[in-house]
Design a protein around this ligand. Structure first.
Ligand code: GLA
Length: 375
């Protein structure tokens, strides 16, 4: 913290007045179910974004990052979104705007410094973590408070409205509601948040391919559109309104590609329910099977996987200590998550990674608590 504070003083010639930290998340299962009104299981992880902030004169917004991002200094807020290298600042500036939309107190201007050990573009939600840590720090500057439910909604609103990504509530909801040792269950229609214990003798590993499709945001929006089209043709508000059996009876109405997208979402929603049930009876083999089935559905139906992610899942699921493996997050690159028994060790992870050309970054994750003000 001290170097972080020193850096803050160096850049802004004043001490920080608020610190907040928010975790990234792993999508345990429930791929693209959230914006379709379905269920999802996530976990907050011990990789975080930390934000330090202090008030600045009204209308002045100065944003810096300890990582490689370019500093952004604004004496006037732009009407639209920032582009190019400054685009990262849309997240904290979007949060400041969202605080106004939610009728919450906010500073008239601010200096902000970001630190992160969460790889960007890995599908671990560095964006949501930045949104939530910023919201808590800015609220602290203005003596405001917020519940985890509202915090999640505010982060999502900032991303939908001011960044322009039509994401659901998974990332922000998990970062807000995370708890060590627990999975966060979200019934996205409410949304209603609950917790489900992660079995103590299991482990989460991430294989971050560092690959990211150049059009990833556009592809996410395309999938979102395809799902909304399917719901409309099938006569429901959202795809999770249909059971797999109801869908099977109606799916001929759909264009074949749209039908594959819808089948993925509807069966994935069902898989989340089955996973909760399997966790409840401590049936780890069934949990693992469901995770891998989720990946195969992404691979063949939703088509948001990549050959590298598929190869990693193939290699991982051939290992006896791996219960299941799947892509985690939006897809089109990013990372594979594996759920393993305790007998799976770093040497196993490296041996598997070495069999791909991707040189993935390996992270043995721990679950963690949700976003909070730390000073
Ligand atoms: C991204 C989005 C989430 C969710 C996942 C896919 O992480 O931000 O809202 O849609 O993709 O499940």
């Amino acid at each position: 913290m001290s170097t972080f504070s020193e850096q803050f003083r160096k850049h802004f010639s004043q001490p920080p007045a608020a610190f907040a930290r928010a975790p990234g998340r792993v999508e345990f299962i429930g791929n693209h179910t959230d914006y379709n009104g379905g269920a999802v299981l996530g976990a907050a992880i011990n990789r975080t974004v930390t934000v330090a902030a202090a008030p600045a004169p009204a209308g002045q917004f100065n944003l810096r990052s300890m990582g490689g991002s370019v500093p952004v200094e604004l004496a006037l807020l732009p009407g639209g979104r920032l582009t190019g290298e400054a685009a990262w600042a849309n997240y904290p500036l979007g949060v400041w705007r969202a605080l106004g939309d939610f009728g919450l107190p906010r500073p008239a201007g601010f200096n902000l410094l970001v630190d992160s050990d969460l790889p960007a573009g890995a599908g671990l939600s560095s964006s949501a973590a930045l949104e939530l840590a910023t919201a808590l720090a800015l609220l602290k500057l203005a003596d405001g408070t917020i519940t985890p439910d509202r915090l999640a909604a505010l982060g999502r609103h900032a991303e939908n409205t001011y960044v322009g990504v039509p994401c659901g509530i998974l990332d922000q909801g998990t970062s807000a509601h995370g708890e060590t040792g627990q999975l966060v269950h979200i019934d996205c229609r409410g949304p209603v948040f609950a917790r489900v214990p992660l079995p103590a003798d299991t482990h989460l590993w991430i294989f971050n391919t560092r690959e990211k499709h150049a059009l990833v945001d556009g592809l996410y929006a395309t999938r979102h559109r395809e799902c909304m089209t399917a719901a409309k043709v099938l006569g429901v508000k959202l795809l999770a309104d249909l059971t797999p059996a109801q869908f099977a009876a109606k799916s001929v109405r759909l264009d074949p590609v749209i039908a594959k997208r819808a089948q993925h979402v509807i069966e994935e929603h069902a898989r989340v329910g089955e996973t909760v049930a399997a966790l409840g009876r401590d049936d780890l083999v069934a949990v693992g099977r469901l995770l891998t089935a989720s990946h195969r559905s992404s691979q063949h139906l939703f088509e948001n996987s990549t050959p590298t992610l598929d190869r990693l899942v193939d290699l991982l699921t051939a290992h006896p200590a791996v219960l299941g493996a799947r892509l985690t997050g939006g897809g089109f690159g990013g990372a594979v998550m594996a759920l393993t028994r305790g007998t799976f060790v770093a040497g196993d992870a490296h041996a598997i990674a070495a069999q791909t050309r991707a040189h993935p970054e390996i992270i043995h994750l721990q679950t963690a608590d949700g976003a909070k003000v730390i000073l």
